[in-house]
Design a protein around this ligand. Structure first.
Ligand code: S6P
Length: 612
């Protein structure tokens, strides 16, 4: 009885309380909280899911006077962005022996790559030397496939920073960790603090500093929290910078690829665009300029979500494909394609998806995207990512049950888009498109492509865009929002989300292990120790924990968890029913939709408690 009462109590509490109030989920940092707006997202139809995502995204730009936390448009955030932009400008002005390094894990590392590539490309176009470099935990292999374990390695973080900046006299290091939590980034920030003569550290994240992760990091004397505390002191003298506005909880709890990723892109593009304009067109870096630029990203949200119905239709199509065990394919050209690859790769750790569920393909593949380590196909990426790989590996088996989404813009080679669209149409009628164009520009082949597709989201952007913001950046953010909505919504429709929790997450690093334990506590109402025990039993597939298992460290647990499917649902079923691992497994096999399996257990539990 107590169990159910607790769970129900939490439900009622969450639905009525504002996440900003001090007593809302007080033990969790904002980035891990559940968003009251999406409490029932798992039962909502596609159109309502889109509206909920829109409302969550809009929280990023909320301006609240007297708010408890810094927000995206807060005074302090704009001031820090100005200062960091000035540092970037200094490096642009005097690039010799200088470097800017962007680094992060998972989505944050992918965005580090994305932003670095875009900025360097623009510099090369102006015959300026490239001044920016990126680091992603796990190396380039992690760009398009999930390598969550390396997030826990602070030494590898510090060493990779040392290597990339060898011989440089001045380095602006920008570490990105949405949850202020990744040990990999903590290691790099600590390295910067040890070498202040060369490195100026900047931290981008979305929790207030007191919520930075304070768990001991094995083998280290620092925690993320202690590093942030030191940075706060140095920030007073502008020897370090903290950019950590709060965005509100993610639509799917902890899914920082969504708002966290979007805000990372916005903040860093604002910094780099301001520095670029200051250096190449002598436009001074001003507070108002920064704020105006940030606000223009808010308009991208409005334009994108003005097509709610179209996004919902895409979500439904993708959801139907996933429900019947088929896939969703993003086919794209240029840098919009990179966003497709990123979106696809995130579904594995978030929803326990198979890499074939959502796949991305972009024109010439890696070479076109300019990753450091060259051709990922040769480095064991799960499958090729060029169109040629799509033609060889995917096209022959495509059916109407698969969904294909073309992502292109007016500045791509639209002839090529039409050619590929014709080939896809021969295999499936379930083809859709997201197309960006500027007001007044039309591509001759667009009509034909539209006819070949069952639906097209056509975004028409105004010609006169704010001077500081490239159209490309708008298209990119808009595409990211659409893809995040489609892949998240499709997994919700497949039953991979319970309330607004990713119930089938992979437990492949310490952050995900803690998240899984918290989720089990929350859904079962059992104490932490019992939940962790159940999690370990599910990971090692045993009904009794041996001495050996108990003495293994967290790295061994998360490493072992990689090989097991549905670890968290399994642990939850065991906790709620007292079943053995085998029984719980067969229960989950009978009810392959994870949400339904969990709900059935919760119902049984209620009946059982009621009959006592
Ligand atoms: C989140 C995504 C993860 C995170 C990664 C880094 O949706 O699946 O890959 O990006 O764990 O997180 P953080 O908080 O350090 O940016």
């Amino acid at each position: 009885m107590a169990t159910v009462a607790k769970t129900e109590g939490i439900k009622a509490f969450s639905a009525t309380h504002d996440w900003e109030s001090a007593d809302y989920e007080p033990t969790l940092p904002v980035s891990e909280m559940s968003n009251p707006l999406t409490r029932n997202i798992d039962r909502a139809p596609a159109s309502s899911i889109v509206k909920m995502l829109q409302a969550c995204d809009a929280q990023m730009f909320q301006e609240k006077s007297g708010a408890a936390y810094e927000r995206l448009l807060s005074d302090q955030v704009a001031k820090s962005l100005m200062e960091v932009a000035k540092r970037v400008q200094l490096i642009l002005k005097n690039p010799q022996d200088s470097l800017i390094v962007l680094s992060g894990c998972g989505t944050s590392g992918r965005l580090a790559f994305f932003i670095t590539s875009g900025f360097n490309r623009e510099l090369r176009r102006l015959n300026h030397s490239a001044v920016c470099s990126y680091i992603i935990a796990g190396g380039d292999r992690a760009l398009f496939s999930s390598q969550e374990a390396t997030e826990d390695d602070p030494i590898s973080g510090a060493l990779s920073l040392k290597k990339v900046s060898e011989g440089k006299k001045r380095v602006l290091f920008i570490g990105i960790s949405c949850g202020l939590s990744a040990p990999f980034v903590a290691g790099q920030l600590d390295f910067c603090l040890q070498h202040p003569d060369v490195y100026t550290p900047v931290l981008v994240g979305f929790n207030p500093t007191h919520q930075a992760r304070n768990e001991p990091i094995p083998g280290c004397t620092f925690t993320f929290h202690s590093v942030v505390t030191k940075m706060r002191e140095l920030a007073k003298m502008q020897k370090a910078f903290l950019i950590n506005p709060v965005l509100g909880p993610e639509a799917i709890s902890g899914s920082s690829r969504m708002k966290g990723g979007s805000a990372t892109k916005i903040l860093l593009e604002v910094v780099f665009s301001a520095a670029h304009a200051a250096n190449f067109s002598r436009t001074p870096i001003t507070y108002n300029g920064i704020l105006q630029h940030m606000r223009s990203y808010g308009k991208v949200l409005d334009i994108t979500y003005s097509q709610t119905e179209g996004i919902a239709a895409l979500m439904e199509a993708a959801g139907r494909s996933l429900q019947c065990g088929r896939g969703l394919c993003y086919l794209s050209w240029g840098f919009l394609g990179l966003l497709g690859l990123i979106d696809a790769s995130e579904c594995k750790p978030t929803f326990g998806a198979d890499y074939k569920d959502i796949q991305g393909f972009v024109g010439g593949g890696c070479k076109e995207l300019g990753s450091k380590e060259g051709d990922l196909n040769l480095m064991g990426a799960e499958s090729g990512i060029a169109h040629i790989d799509f033609l060889h590996n995917v096209l022959p088996c495509l059916t109407d049950k698969d969904t294909v989404l073309l992502l292109y813009s007016h500045s791509d080679d639209v002839d090529e888009v039409a050619k590929l669209a014709r080939r896809v149409r021969e295999k499936t009628s379930n083809m859709h498109a997201v197309y960006h164009q500027t007001d007044g520009d039309t591509a001759a082949q667009q009509g034909e492509i539209n006819k070949l597709c069952s639906s097209t989201l056509n975004f028409i952007w105004p010609q006169a865009t704010p001077a500081s913001m490239g159209l490309q950046h708008m298209w990119e953010l808009s595409t990211k929002l659409v893809l995040n909505a489609v892949s998240t919504g499709a997994h919700i429709l497949k039953g991979k989300v319970y309330q607004n929790y990713m119930i089938d997450l992979q437990v492949t690093n310490s952050k995900l292990y803690c998240r899984a334990t918290c989720l089990l506590q929350r859904l079962s109402g059992h104490p932490k120790s019992l939940c962790e025990e159940a999690l370990l039993k599910a990971i090692y597939q045993v009904d009794k924990l041996t001495e050996d298992i108990m003495t293994c460290n967290l790295t061994t647990h998360t490493h072992t968890a990689r090989k097991v499917k549905k670890v968290v649902p399994l642990a939850l079923v065991c906790l709620l029913t007292g079943y053995s691992i085998k029984e719980a497994q067969s229960h989950l096999e009978q009810k392959p939709i994870v949400r339904e399996a969990v709900e059935a257990c919760l119902r049984e539990q209620t009946l059982f408690s009621g009959s006592l």
